[in-house]
Design a binder for this molecule. Structure first.
Ligand code: ADP
Ligand code: MG
Length: 373
């Protein structure tokens, strides 16, 4: 008998197993091993799980296993906080469903033409991934019918509610059938999230996934004490000395991203810039360019800190120390995805020191002091 547990032990269909295999996934992560059987038994689920633990497969696989291909209704709705995340989830689902004939998933997100989304919805997707604001828009215009869904997933619920989507999320829950299956995934459980679970998810099963050694991203964390004005030069030096191929530099403001971009570019590094003011088309092109290695360094604000999964990011730099403690974890979680290793550098100026101290106390992080000669 095999001693280790694989996706085969979860009684999945050949189509899904085949797709997982093609994606290089053999062993389920903890959240997948615990959530998939519960969701396949039609239970409602509240799952607390940190980033990078494989939540997307955990909710997508049971949805795909229970599709009714003879129905024209939308059967599953996945809500998530940002457009990038919605596109990413839709693309993972597409890959998982590559052997399911006539399967169709649509992302409903702000910043894209409503007309185009309405046309896609008219083709009867079985699964919709949406940001809450745009979904409500389409619902009010009668361009989407979510009254017959079977499963509702709230992904990154803490972030979604923190971004001010509480009312939208509550409205969506009320439009969908009372007896639907509901699954909520969240890295933290703040009051807003608990309110949702108390109001709408009585009797749900709960799982709490601690980042266990094998799941926890293997990130080497460093902090570098450096004068504010030398931060960009320090990044250039670290990138060159370590030969990083894919790195993300996080800044707190749009203006800083542009400044840092200019300095890195003039040092001969290939970089791109991503921030919330850019149109959706430009944001997607930028993510694609980074994904496909058209440039090596992405300079970004926190719009990309959460949920985005680009393979093989070997380093994350905090040019600015994040204002929100948890963002430290989300930012550094962009590297070392899926069991790979990665490095995270925080550039700490004299004025940043107290803030960094708070982050260390709050997150329990223990970055090592890196002294550059
Ligand atoms: P989370 O939503 O918890 O932050 P994701 O679902 O985005 O994490 O998964 C992170 C990465 O790990 C993705 O690239 C995904 O394809 C990969 N992954 C997920 N589960 C597995 C697995 N069981 N085996 C290998 N890779 C996996
Ligand atoms: Mg996720």
């Amino acid at each position: 008998m095999r001693e280790y547990f694989t996706f085969k032990d979860l009684n999945l269909s050949d189509e899904i197993l085949h797709a997982l295999n093609k994606m290089g996934a053999v062993t389920p992560t903890t959240v997948q091993r615990e959530a998939i059987p519960l969701l396949m038994k039609d239970e409602c689920l509240i799952a607390k799980a940190p980033t990078g633990t494989g939540k997307t497969f955990a909710f997508s696989i049971p949805i795909l296993e229970y599709l009714d291909m003879s129905s024209k209704d939308i059967q599953a709705l996945i809500l998530c906080p940002t457009r990038e995340l919605a596109l990413q989830i839709a693309s993972e689902i597409k890959k998982l469903a590559r052997y399911i004939e006539h399967f169709n998933v649509v992302a409903v997100i702000g910043g894209q033409s409503i007309k185009l989304q309405a046309e896609r919805l008219a083709k009867h997707p079985q699964v919709v991934v949406a940001t809450p604001g745009r979904l409500i828009d389409l619902h009010e215009k009668h361009l989407i019918d979510i009254r017959h869904i079977y499963t509702l997933v709230l992904d990154e619920a803490d972030e979604m509610l923190r971004m001010g989507f509480i009312k939208n999320v509550q409205d969506i829950i009320k439009i969908t059938p009372k007896d639907k299956q509901m699954a909520l995934f969240s890295a933290t459980m703040p009051r807003e999230v608990l309110n949702i679970t108390w109001s709408f998810m009585q009797g749900a099963k709960e799982i709490d996934v601690m980042p266990k050694a094998e799941d926890r991203p293997k990130i080497d964390e460093f902090y570098v004490e450096v004068a504010q004005k030398d931060k960009a030069l320090t990044i250039i030096r670290l990138v060159k000395e370590n030969g990083f191929n894919k790195a993300i530099v996080f800044c707190n403001t749009k203006t800083t991203t542009t400044e840092v971009y200019e300095v890195l570019k003039s040092a001969g590094l290939k970089c791109g810039c991503l921030q919330g003011d850019m149109g959706q088309g430009a944001r997607n092109r930028m993510m694609d360019g980074f994904h496909h290695g058209k440039f090596n360094i992405l300079i970004a604000t926190d719009v990309v800190a959460r949920g985005i999964d680009v393979d093989d990011v070997d380093a994350v730099f905090n040019y600015d120390i994040p204002k929100d403690n948890e963002f430290y974890l989300h930012r550094i979680g962009r590297t070392a995805r899926a069991g790979k290793t990665g490095k995270a550098y925080s550039l700490v100026s004299y004025l940043d020191k107290p803030r960094m101290g708070e982050i260390i106390r709050y997150t329990g992080a223990s970055p090592e002091l890196l002294v550059l000669e």
